[in-house]
Design a protein around this ligand. Sequence first.
Ligand code: FMN
Length: 230
Amino acid sequence: MREGAAFEVQERDAVYRAIATRRDVRRGFLDEPLPDALIHRLLSAAHSAPSVGLMQPSRFILVRDQGIRRAVQAAFLQANERAMATYAGERREQYVSLKLEGILEAPQNLCVVSDLESERGHQLGRHTMPETVIYSTVCAIQNLWLAARAEGVGVGWVSILDPPRLAEILHIPANIVPVAYLCLGYVDHFGTESELERYGWESRIPLDQVISYDTYSGEHKADRVESAKA
Ligand SMILES: Cc1cc2nc3c(=O)[nH]c(=O)nc-3n(C[C@H](O)[C@H](O)[C@H](O)COP(=O)(O)O)c2cc1C
């Protein structure tokens, strides 16, 4: 009976493979537009995500216009200057050397926004945790990210953007919150590790260090101190 609900082994492996090999991609996009049918599949994956109270607050703005993309990239450069100024010494040098967006190189940009004021879902789950609206949109983004990996499409998330400036460029009204600005395009390979790991910015925490049993374990704090010192 139990086996009836599970995927076949190969299908299951494919799901875990998409999860394990998904990367944030900022470079190496092929100069090839994404077919409309593929974009539709990706958006459909996003739109199938769980959402609080079945609110489905996520809205998708497909951006291809070069002028708009140049404006977003200029906004990134401004925000990135401000971010750079928060680092000093070796960290700063390292930060400056990182590539943190592919806005103009990627053939497709996508801004995912959340409608905080939608009445859909009749507030179920939101009385106690209003932030679940944004969480729901993040679930949609992750669905899209994994589906894109299976399609051979790289996705890069750009959060180094001033939200009001992004809203201005994309004519996003005040009740709609920009959650992610994504750069999408075919790539011919995915890195085996995160770029931030490869360039020594940060390392992944082993799973056993983030699990505790029955109550929260303060041991996790040691890791926070460690990374603050670095
Ligand atoms: C909410 C969020 C915002 C992010 N913003 C940026 C960003 O502005 N620029 C960037 O290069 N990567 C960004 N990333 C990608 C992360 O750096 C990346 O996911 C992390 O280093 C792990 O690498 P991986 O996704 O390749 O496994 C973001 C990821 C998330 C989830």
